[in-house]
Every structure is written in structure tokens, then in C-alpha cells.
Design a protein around this ligand. Structure first.
Ligand SMILES: [Zn+2]
Length: 433
């Protein structure tokens, strides 16, 4: 359908059907105009681990992928964003470097319940916690007692608590068993067996129970196990305030196709089998899964690959920022899903989680004039030049994708086109008032 977006003073004022050449109109031809995408699960790692990633490189990658706002995770940076001083350090670090708008989740870790109220007042859109070791010693995982202390603080704020939903006992048990029989850690099957579905199921069942008791929104990040879906569907049916995201890699890859030694595919929870993947797609279609994020989580190349191809030694995290739209669209096209659903799954859905719905993730009048110009027919193969994040390591290298971002506009100004980035970083922090 032909449409015209009318922009004034960096906001949308009207969406007209039909093509309408008014004033200094830009003609985008047959391209699809999508709301600026919002990614609520990105590890920028700055300050402190800027050699892994950083505001400049991460936000460039976002801009090239049609993403106009992202929310940073509170770990992998130093200091971890678990108090107001750390949030201020992040704000200082971002100065003049962000190509897109951004916000920062606060962290819930063992013993910091007393810092949460001040972080709420400082404007974080919500909090993230881990129910299992996070891979970062400075970001301590929480148990039910810690969760209760945090939820007591958050009750009434309406801010969500995001949770990495795996618990340790099933993982520890499975790992010990694999080691007893001297399993080969270069095999993907070994890694997959070490992160069983039960770890997710047990964590999610605890989180549902707490969301129901505290009536405080809890959000499951990066759901991988489709076996947790019936429980989540039932909880949502009875009005439990629980929401769910999955990630592009769980929708695109399948365990059966991952070569041994290919540690660029390592993440937690793990990429599971093809049948599991189809159930995730179905749940997304049915609305049990709310939206899709990247969980872009890079590290130094030596930590991901090094000289070892062992899955137990490699860093867990997949770098993908900037690729999510064509990756998702490729999968949607194969399953006969309409492009309009991208607006919910990659813009409106994540925008609601971060409480930005009046400003971001929509083409509606009054919202920031953020949009992506997308060619849904372009076929291409991902090469290192297409990756704008710091280290060009990604399981998507060599992937054949459908659809390409032609341009990205932030608050009425073009920040990216296929000729390159325009102007200088103009991204702002999207703190709550
Ligand atoms: Zn993450």
C-alpha cells in the first residue's frame, strides 16, 4: 500500500495513504517503510570492556540494521550497572558516541535491593537479573530470597524485572555427567546436553509464581526452550504479568546444523533442535512470545575462538546487531507470515517493555520520526563488510538472507544509507522522566 509519512520538528504528524508529494518529499519508491526498530537486549560493554564492543560500534551496527533505539544490559560493562554511580559512568561513556537513541537497564544482583529505588529515580526503564552464573563474576546471580527482596522494592513502580531464566542445578548435574563419561566438548551436542530444557523450565516456573504473587511485571529474556511455552501460555491466560522474548538465533538456526567446533554459535540458553525452533515460531505467531530481540553479546575474538574449539571454554554470546530484520524476514517469508507483523515483533512489542510506547517503535502521530526503509526482495549473503560491530565474528557470516535495510532515519534525519553513515552521532538517552 502506498503511504506518505509527514514529519515536522522531528516527529510524525500524519500518515497519509497514497503517495503525496508535499514540500521537500523523499521518494522511497517501492521500499517498505517500517517504524524504527527497537532492540531491548544489547550488551554494549562500555565502559570497562570497550575492547569487546562499545557505544560507537554497537550503535552504528544498530543504525545499519534499521534499529533506532536500543536498551543496554547492565553487565559486561565495568562497573556493572547496579547502582546510580555506575549508571552515571555509563551516561558519561556514551557522550557523543551513540548513533541511535538508547537506555540502560539497571541490574538486580545479590545484595543490591537497597540500590534499586535510587536507580528507579535515576530513570532506568527496568531491571535485569540472572538465576544462574552470568559469566561475569561482578554480576552475581540471584535466588528466590534475593528475587523476593527485589520484587518488594519494584512493586508499585510498574517497571519490569527481566530475568535470564535458567537455574544452575540441572546444568551442573548434566555437565558433571558429561565430564564423567569424558564427553567431547568440541561437539555441539555436548554443549547442548549441558544446558537441558529443565534449567529453563524450573526457572520460569519460579518466575511465574513470583509474578503472580507480587503482581509485578516479570519478563523472560531469550526464551529458548519451547517446552516452557504451555506453562507461559497458561500463566498469561490467567492474567499473570509475565512477558516473553525470544532471539533471532533461536528462530534462524537449529542444533542439527551447527558444526562441531563452531563456537560462534555458543550462547545460553543454547540453540536447540529444528522441532523446538518451529514451536518458537508458532508461539510468536500466537502471541505467547511477545517479541524478538538480538541478545547481541560480543567479546574479544580470542575468547570466542582462541586456539581452542571447545564449547565449554568459549565465551557464550552471539554477535548479530544489525542483522535481525533480514534474519527474521527470511524466516517469516519461509513460513508465509506477513511483513506487517515485524512492526509488533521488532518495534511495538519491545517498545512497550521499555515503557517508550508514546515516543518510539511506531509511525503514529506524535512519536519520534524514526523509520527504516526496507527492501523486502533483496537477496544477499552476509560478509564481514556488512557487520558494523567491533569484531567481525558472527554465526551469520555466509548466511543467505532476504531483505535489506536501505536507509535508517532518526528523529526526522537520515543517519544511515547504503552509502554510509550520515553526519555525526546524534543519539540521545531515553531515560524515564
Ligand atoms: Zn544477554
Amino acid at each position: 500500500m502506498a503511504a506518505t509519512l509527514v514529519v515536522e520538528a522531528s516527529r510524525f504528524v500524519e500518515v497519509r495513504t497514497g503517495s503525496d508529494s508535499i514540500g521537500d518529499a523523499h521518494d522511497f519508491g517501492d521500499a517498505v517503510l517500517l517504524p524504527g526498530l527497537v532492540d531491548t537486549h544489547v550488551h554494549i560493554n562500555e565502559p570497562g570492556r570497550t575492547e569487546w564492543e562499545g557505544f560507537e560500534t554497537a550503535t552504528r551496527a544498530a543504525a545499519a540494521g534499521g534499529v533506532t533505539a536500543l536498551v543496554d544490559m547492565p553487565l559486561n560493562c565495568v562497573p556493572e550497572t547496579v547502582d546510580v554511580a555506575a549508571l552515571q559512568a555509563k551516561r558519561d561513556a556514551a557522550q557523543g558516541k551513540a548513533w541511535v537513541d538508547w537506555a540502560a537497564w539497571g541490574g538486580v544482583v545479590r545484595g543490591n535491593a537497597g540500590s534499586l529505588e535510587l536507580l528507579v529515580r535515576a530513570g532506568v526503564p527496568g531491571f535485569k537479573c540472572f538465576l544462574i552464573h552470568s559469566g561475569i563474576d561482578g554480576f552475581a546471580w540471584v535466588d528466590e530470597g534475593d528475587l523476593r527482596a527485589a520484587l518488594k522494592e519494584l512493586r508499585g513502580t510498574d517497571l519490569p524485572l527481566l530475568a535470564h531464566a535458567e537455574v544452575a542445578p540441572p546444568v551442573d548435574e548434566a555437565t558433571a555427567k558429561l565430564n564423567r563419561k569424558a564427553a567431547d566438548w568440541r561437539e555441539y551436542a555436548t554443549f547442548l546436553a549441558s544446558r537441558p530444557d529443565e534449567a529453563e523450565i524450573e526457572a520460569i516456573s519460579l518466575l511465574i509464581r513470583l509474578a503472580e504473587e507480587f503482581r509485578t511485571p516479570i519478563h523472560i529474556v531469550h526464551l529458548s526452550s519451547a517446552k516452557a511455552l504451555p506453562m507461559l501460555g497458561a500463566a498469561r491466560m490467567r492474567g499473570v504479568p509475565i512477558t516473553v522474548e525470544t532471539c533471532t538465533h533461536y528462530l534462524h538456526f537449529a542444533a542439527e546444523d551447527i558444526p562441531n567446533g563452531a563456537t560462534e554459535f555458543k550462547c545460553a540458553p543454547p540453540i536447540r533442535g529444528a522441532e523446538n525452533r518451529e514451536s518458537l515460531w508458532k508461539a510468536l505467531e500466537d502471541g505467547v512470545i511477545d517479541f524478538v530481540a538480538t541478545d547481541h553479546s560480543p567479546c574479544l575474538p580470542a575468547m570466542k575462538r582462541g586456539d581452542s574449539d571447545r564449547f565449554d571454554k568459549a565465551w557464550g554470546g552471539i554477535a548479530s546487531l544489525g542483522l535481525a530484520l533480514p534474519v527474521l524476514w527470511t524466516g517469516m517469508k519461509q513460513r508465509g507470515l506477513g511483513i506487517e507483523r515485524i512492526a509488533e515483533w521488532m518495534a511495538a512489542g519491545p517498545t512497550r517493555l521499555a515503557g517508550l510506547q508514546s515516543k518510539k517503535g511506531t509511525l503514529a502521530p506524535g512519536a519520534d520520526a524514526d523509520f527504516a526503509v526496507f527492501d523486502p526482495e533483496a537477496e544477499w549473503i552476509v560478509s564481514p563488510e556488512d557487520l558494523h560491530f567491533r569484531h567481525k565474528i558472527s554465526p551469520y557470516l555466509g548466511a543467505k538472507l532476504l531483505g535489506k535495510v536501505r536507509e535508517t532515519w532518526l528523529r526526522g534525519e537520515r543517519i544511515y544509507s547504503q552509502n554510509g553513515f550520515a553526519g555525526k552521532p546524534r543519539g540521545r538517552e531515553l531515560a524515564r522522566p
